[in-house]
Design a protein around this ligand. Sequence first.
Ligand code: FAD
Ligand code: NAP
Length: 338
Amino acid sequence: MQIKGNISLKEFNTFGIEVSAKYFASFRSERMLQELLSQRLLSIYTPLILGGGSNILFTKDVDTIVMKNEIEGIELISQDEDYFYVKAGAGVNWHSFVMYCLDHNYAGVENLALIPGNVGATPMQNIGAYGVEIKEVFHSLEAMHIKDKALVVMSNKDCSFGYRESIFKHKYKNQFVITSVTYKLKKEVEFNISYGSVAKELEMMGVKELSIRSVAQAVINIRSSKLPNPKIIGNAGSFFKNPEISLAQYEELKIKFPSIVGYTTEKDNVKIAAGWLIEQCGWKGFREGDVGCHEKQALVLVNFAKATGAGIYNLSERIIESVFQQFQIRLEREVNIY
Ligand code: FAD
Ligand code: NAP
């Protein structure tokens, strides 16, 4: 196992930001990870664990060791009457995992097709799209404690999942390396096409009988038409979370802005489409140098070529401020900032 010095991270983050890591190493097994964590360097530096780099904005050079998780492997470990229990290495590409599930007729992840990144990061922010979140199919994970190098198992409850949230963003921040995730996938399919665009796309595709493959294809079609491909324009997906406000505040705003887009949540609050708020403030399609706000989805900040992370971050500050001035709603960043 080799620890390299002064490595460019441009190829390792989907924003395509040019920064360097003081040290860099990758690992393909738990044993390699344990060896790496035992190195002397690790008693000085807290490592930054990297998956596909699709939810990170680097605003400066990384003054520590970046450790890239490349643990592969997908395995059916057990099944019961209702579920298949499938374990995947943290370094498995998420979309490949979804395709594997479609091939084996394991249901539950079809709405989450084409989300970039790796399996190991799926519990980090409880990834979600088109009405489904990973917590609904998550069974357990294995993670290695960075300091004592013990391997622990955590259940769904242990992870404290919330809207784009988990315990790994708070209490356990920078404490564990997730090495594998076991998903609980349904034998009997329950389709979720409650997001209008999915139902509309299925209709346009001429689908008469739903299947997990057709739902995944509908999601792939919508995403491909709407979201910038990071290989062409640097981005990390939605830069901000959709804010939740009280029903009273929503009703007040609705009088002033009748076209405001909101959805009632389980807690009887209202989730506001952050993209709509940003668009109303005039940012959609904005470009200044190589920093911009995507022309088809204002929630996505982009690097057209040689933007710096600080430039993208500054734009996010300006957006937060203008949305607050107009709507008294303070947007929170979803992307991890370094
Ligand atoms: P990284 O960016 O590498 O890491 C993210 C965070 O997790 C970092 O803090 C990192 O330190 C930590 N981390 C990563 N792996 C591990 C590990 N094994 N152990 C411990 N910590 C770890 N997200 C959604 O939820 N829904 C979407 O629909 C969606 N669409 C997107 C569309 C586009 C075009 C893009 C670019 C991004 C989108 N995202 C979406 C965001 C992103 O794809 C997800 O958050 C994804 O899960 C990040 O995975 P990653 O492997 O790239 O994580
Ligand atoms: P969209 O369909 O234009 O809808 C805008 C927002 O309204 C979404 O963010 C969604 O919230 C919410 N919404 C729409 N229909 C809803 C419904 N029936 N019930 C409850 N909430 C509803 O959104 P989009 O930007 O094209 O994204 C589509 C899906 O992919 C969304 O789920 C989005 O979260 C996900 N996505 C996520 C990222 C990321 O980086 N996190 C990037 C791209 C797409 P939710 O976001 O809470 O679902």
